[in-house]
Design a protein around this ligand. Structure first.
Ligand SMILES: [Zn+2]
Length: 181
């Protein structure tokens, strides 16, 4: 039998933490389509909880997961009328608060959207810029990719996968000082 290992340091001691989030919403006619906080021109929007912003929901869950916090559905219950039609940036802000109070900042984000239409390519830059603003990071650390759902039978849905990397905040030392070191 191997001797018991030394207990591992708590998660608060980790220099980096990763998080993963996933979400899907169904397209419905006659509502605005919001992805990453950007309203895209399309005859259908995403129904369901709040404004249906599939990318911000997956991102919120990725941030919460990175610090082993609750998930978006538990914090902002879809059955609570308060969140009906809500701006999903509210959920993201709460998740950011949680990672900051756990002592972390966002290092980078990557995402993949899976949807048949509209084409995301022409809007990807605007989505990256907006998501970066919401996260208070530069857009070169926010990846937004899109694919069509070949053979998945999900043509009437939008799906988002998001991964985030968090970095421990340096205490009492600015980033520029750290780089000069
Ligand atoms: Zn959602």
């Amino acid at each position: 039998m191997t001797p018991p290992r030394k207990p591992k340091p708590g998660a608060g001691g980790l220099q980096f933490r990763i998080g993963y989030g996933w979400d899907s919403h169904e397209f419905k006619r006659g509502i605005p389509l919001k992805i990453g906080g950007v309203t895209l021109p399309h005859p259908k929007g995403l129904g369901g909880h709040s404004d249906g912003d599939v990318l911000l929901h997956a991102l919120t869950d990725a941030l919460l997961g990175a610090v082993a916090a609750s998930d978006i559905g538990s914090l902002f219950s879809p059955s609570n009328p308060k969140w009906k039609g809500a701006d999903s940036a509210v959920f993201l802000r709460e998740a950011l608060e949680r990672i900051r109070s756990a002592g972390y900042t966002v290092a980078n984000v990557d995402s993949t959207l899976i949807l048949a239409a509209p084409k995301i390519g022409p809007h990807a830059a605007a989505i990256r810029t907006h998501v970066a603003e919401l996260l208070s990071v530069t857009s070169d650390v926010v990846g937004v990719k899109a694919k069509t759902p070949e053979g998945m039978g999900t043509e009437n849905a939008a799906i988002a996968h998001v991964v985030v990397l968090l970095e421990k905040k340096s205490s009492g030392r600015s980033k520029s000082q750290k780089e000069e070191k």
